[in-house]
Design a protein around this ligand. Structure first.
Ligand SMILES: CCCCCCCCCCCCCC(=O)SCCNC(=O)CCNC(=O)[C@H](O)C(C)(C)COP(=O)(O)OP(=O)(O)OC[C@H]1O[C@@H](n2cnc3c(N)ncnc32)[C@H](O)[C@@H]1OP(=O)(O)O
Length: 231
């Protein structure tokens, strides 16, 4: 069952139905002992965010785009086979999912297009991400860009880390607004993945930020050493 299910059939408030549906999915998931998927609509999502989400969900119908589930523990993102090398800790959280209050932190959902080597993130920054009054902190913008580009790099090259991230901040992002973070892998050279990204308003009229990044595929031996040193 997907969150798409009854949304388009709802004769009255789509937002209400979407939220109820996603809550029941999450409730069912937690009864089964599954982790909560945060990349589903909640009551804090604005109409712009919901409209965009539904537009992208429609694009998943032909299989070219996929919604990426989002959990508050990074290990829940990792395939079972790779989990064996990590020890799950209960006291850590994925940075982007560290604020509990719905709508106060990073509200986002990502969609992956494998054939285009592209990840698009729909992002609604909440009030706890404030930098200048009324606007998202530059660090929060860097975080969502790094994570979107990072997800794109992971889909292309597996275990990677950010080696370089360069951002041009062009226009401030109002808190509560919705922006599209559109990233793609431009080139892969050995272990190096070069990516670029644009953050734009929903109507496409405002460019908020542009970025380029270099991700490095982890050398298996070095990665094991790094892991051992933090356990
Ligand atoms: C679909 C998936 C869904 C998943 C959802 C999850 C969402 C979460 C996503 C979260 C995402 C969040 C992501 C995060 O937050 S990652 C956290 C932030 N990043 C780090 O902490 C990384 C720290 N750095 C390192 O560990 C190492 O330096 C790395 C691993 C990066 C490379 O060390 P390694 O020892 O392995 O490599 P090497 O030194 O042999 O170099 C190899 C080559 O690379 C070139 N090089 C290296 N550095 C740079 C540089 N700065 N500029 C230009 N070039 C550079 C170098 O010259 C060489 O080139 P060549 O001589 O071969 O030509």
């Amino acid at each position: 069952m997907g969150p798409r299910g009854g949304i388009s059939r709802c004769p009255c408030g789509r937002k209400l139905l979407t939220v109820c549906l996603s809550r029941s999915i999450q409730a069912a998931g937690s009864q089964l002992g599954q982790s909560k998927d945060y990349a589903l609509p909640n009551a804090s999502w604005s109409q712009d965010m919901l409209d965009l989400y539904n537009r992208f969900l429609d694009m998943t119908k032909d299989g070219l785009w996929k919604r990426i589930p989002s959990y508050n523990n990074i290990l829940d993102h990792i395939p079972e086979s790779m989990k064996l090398t990590y020890e799950k800790r209960k006291d850590t959280r994925l940075f982007l999912r560290s604020i509990d209050a719905e709508g106060a932190g990073f509200e986002y959902v990502m969609f992956l297009n494998t054939s285009e080597k592209r990840v698009v993130c729909l992002f609604q920054p909440g009030s706890y991400l404030e930098g200048h009054p009324g606007f998202a902190h530059g660090g929060s913008i860097a975080t969502i860009i790094d994570s979107t580009i990072g997800s794109c790099a992971i889909s292309v090259a597996g275990k990677v880390m950010t080696a370089n991230l360069s951002i041009d901040y062009v226009n401030p992002v109002p808190l509560g607004s919705v922006v599209l973070v559109d990233s793609k892998a431009d080139k892969v050279e050995g272990r190096k993945v070069f990516l670029s990204c644009k953050m734009q308003s929903v109507d496409g009229n405002t460019l908020h930020a542009e970025a380029t990044a270099l991700f490095i595929q982890l050398d298996a031996t070095k990665a094991q050493k790094q892991q051992a040193s933090c356990q």
